[in-house]
Design a protein around this ligand. Sequence first.
Ligand SMILES: Cc1cc2nc3c(=O)[nH]c(=O)nc-3n(C[C@H](O)[C@H](O)[C@H](O)COP(=O)(O)OP(=O)(O)OC[C@H]3O[C@@H](n4cnc5c(N)ncnc54)[C@H](O)[C@@H]3O)c2cc1C
Length: 389
Amino acid sequence: MHGAGFRVVIVGGGIGGLATALTLARSRNSAIDLTLIDRQDRHSWKPMLHNFAAGTASENTNTVPFADLARRHGFTFLQGAPNGIDRRQRRLSMPDGTKIPYDLLVIALGGRSDPYGIPGVAAHGTFLDTLPDALAIRRIFENIRHGSGHQTIGIVGGGPTGVQMAGEFRRVIASMTAATCPHIMLIESGQRLLPSFPSSVSESAETRLRQLGITIHTNTRIDAVTPDGFQLSNGKILHADLRLWAAGVRANAATSVFECALNPTTGRILIDPILRTSDPAIHALGDCATMTVHPQAATAQVARQQGQYLGRAIPLIAAGGQPPPFVYRHQGSVVVFGKDDGWSTFGGVVSQGLKPRLLHDALYQRHRIEILGLRQGLSAFLDAGSNSP
Ligand SMILES: Cc1cc2nc3c(=O)[nH]c(=O)nc-3n(C[C@H](O)[C@H](O)[C@H](O)COP(=O)(O)OP(=O)(O)OC[C@H]3O[C@@H](n4cnc5c(N)ncnc54)[C@H](O)[C@@H]3O)c2cc1C
């Protein structure tokens, strides 16, 4: 896939960007010249960040160098973060001055938690949005675990990210004595945890988290984050030594580099039904984008389906055709933590326990096989599994 063909450049090799690249690469269309750019040197599966942060999965066995993926699938990989664009000439600029020409650009930069303009979040909160964030949190968590005294970890956001994070941290400290065991609290502004799940799942997950000793504050609004805790809208203060912010989703700040029309509140790039931005030569997908009609949640499932759709649509666009609109097919949702706790909703059926855990592991295994092939994907998955405590 190298030469003077139709130049496709994908920026961001996470779930959506990599799904686009691999679908396109598999089409073996010799008229397409594909380049993937990512600021990291390796692909990581973002839904595992809380496992890396808690130390319940190793980043060594669960990340894959982009250079290996590029060799295996036949595309060019460049490490870096574009810092400019010439949309008329269709060229990206890199910080070292390199220009990267494109005929079609795909932006798949992902998202980050949303501070919602609350004072102190950026200064005193800690985010779990990238692999380096996860590794930094693990170091702090290790210090808390091995330090003296009874410390408190406060997690803001009762969606799947916050719930899974609380559950994984708890799994690691389960064997500590009550005198030294850190206290974990989960804070949610809405009426219940996991608002995107049926209320029976919220109730069951909340009961389980409380059984594990996690304090849950629902209907609790934070007015400010301070160096040692959270100031609530009812005037109370909740003390926390580590203040993790896992609420909301807004676009990665770098989306503004590409000069496309953005949602003014979330910064997400506005896209039409064929995932095209305000510039027809630029498409966007996943957490950094939002459809103007039928917007979807910021999930791995949406990013993956959009990536696969675009990977199939690009050869048609390159040939001057118009692809059919993207149609999202919601297959279900799953949330798991620890070794045995999990909930899933598929086809209206709610399951709890082992089935969601197996489903969750199978989804990750499918991803590994897609990117590494059957043999290597399976053995990497088994290695990664044997690595977790
Ligand atoms: C802890 C956690 C748990 C989650 N659990 C679930 C779950 O159970 N189920 C679910 O559906 N979703 C889950 N999510 C959400 C899910 O991970 C995202 O919706 C999904 O990863 C979005 O895919 P994406 O391709 O848009 O972005 P990402 O997967 O985030 O990929 C973005 C890529 O862009 C690269 N990049 C960023 N900035 C630049 C730049 N300036 N230049 C070049 N490259 C750049 C990054 O390195 C990354 O490779 C979870 C998220 C978190 C944080």
